[in-house]
Ligand binder design. Structure first.
Ligand SMILES: [Mg+2]
Length: 390
């Protein structure tokens, strides 16, 4: 099936994606190398973070708006509150109208397997909010045993990769499945199958061996940033230590500042301080996730590029034979959705319980629905195999 026509046929009246929401606000891109007379490398610390800009910096350049927009509140049903019930009714109505644009992957399952007919599905999965629930403490974002069993079954039938913002080691510790491929730090740290062709074409690609002695390809396009990320991580810990609830994580090739447990009245302060720190690092930028500020190297690499890299290293680039599916919930997953949409090769599935503009084609409400969808895929493939199909 021609992917271009099949994409078009899914959404008879596609609503254009609101680019202003998907494109990075220019103020969040940090400072490009060309912009800074001191690049490459970080700036002098003479206008250090101690001489902070005014709080208006954060308000006027859109950081605060972006922090709020990236962090929709969770809905709670309060008994006996008619106003609350009315508001939830409205939200549900709004959600269902949004689903006309991003149909449920569960309701569209027959359509999806029809698109996958005679093709090999390649499965790409985000971790937080996709395989695990979003929890207050990111160290406690564990996936359930039933989800682990499901993902193991998925990997038995389809090449499967986890692409996460966490460090590769951390996400492996949480998932604990050796059957998968892993891309950590938003795709900046990938372990894939051995590929001499890729190692020749990518200078940051090296042949290596994993813990079990298997030959693998290790790809780390931001390797030179390791000392800088380590340094900025320590700085971020220092500047947020007096803000109750703030948590900083080192993801090896990027760092994140979580404000999930920070009082909203302190969001401006936290945004301002991170903003000020980045003034010293022109080769780093900040992006917004769900109640988290991600500090990342300014390099032309993201989850979308990681998907392309993995497809290439797995020998799955032929759109006539392969159907990539990417399931994710965060802003950073949009890069992957976009790659699939623009190449007419596969489909993004957004995990969201609220209305969001997206480059995905389908939606799932939460990790429970993700598990149901994955189980449907496994059952379908089992039946296919039983009947002698590939
Ligand atoms: Mg996520």
């Amino acid at each position: 099936m021609d992917m271009k026509s099949s994409h078009a046929s899914l959404l008879t009246d596609p609503v254009p994606v609101n680019k202003s929401r998907l494109r990075m606000h220019s103020s969040l891109l940090g400072y490009s190398q060309q912009d800074s007379p001191l690049s490459p490398g970080k700036c002098s610390r003479s206008n250090s973070r101690k001489s902070t800009g005014s709080v208006d910096d954060v308000r006027s350049n859109g950081w605060l708006d972006a922090m709020k927009a990236s962090s929709p509140p969770r809905k709670k049903l309060l008994k006996g509150s008619s106003a609350q019930v009315a508001s939830i009714d409205f939200d549900i109505e709004d959600y269902f109208s949004w689903m006309l644009e991003y149909p449920s992957a569960l309701d569209s399952f027959e359509k999806i397997i029809d698109l996958a007919k005679n093709k090999k599905i390649a499965m790409f999965l985000d971790y937080d909010g996709t395989l695990s629930p979003i929890v207050d403490d990111p160290d406690c974002a564990f996936m359930s045993e039933s989800m682990r069993t499901t993902v193991r079954s998925v990997a038995k039938y389809f090449p499967t990769a986890i692409i996460s913002g966490r460090s590769r080691d951390k996400v492996f510790d949480l998932v604990k499945l050796t059957e998968l491929y892993y891309a950590g730090s938003h795709g900046m740290d990938i372990i894939g199958p051995i590929s001499s062709t890729l190692c020749k074409s990518h200078p940051d690609c090296v042949k290596s061996t994993d813990q079990e002695g298997n030959e693998i390809t290790l790809f780390q396009p931001a390797r030179e940033f390791l000392p800088m990320i380590d340094e900025v991580f320590r700085t971020l810990v220092e500047i947020t230590k007096d803000i109750e609830g703030a948590k900083v994580e080192n993801h090896k090739f990027c760092a994140s500042v979580h404000y999930r447990n920070v009082e909203e009245t302190n969001w401006t302060t936290i945004g301002q301080r991170v903003h000020d720190v980045l003034k010293d690092y022109p080769r780093l930028r900040s992006t917004h996730g769900r109640k988290v500020l991600e500090v990342r190297p300014v390099i032309d690499w993201n989850k979308g590029k990681a998907v392309e890299f993995l497809l290439e290293s797995l020998g799955l680039t032929d759109s006539n034979d392969v159907l990539p599916l990417y399931i994710g919930d965060d802003t950073t997953d949009e890069d992957a959705f976009k790659v699939l949409r623009e190449s007419n090769h596969g489909y993004g599935i957004l995990v969201s319980s609220v209305r969001k503009e997206s480059n995905a084609f389908f939606s799932l409400r939460d990790p429970n629905e993700v598990m149901k969808f994955l189980q449907l895929l496994v059952n379908w493939k089992r039946q296919e195999r039983k009947h002698g199909k590939k």
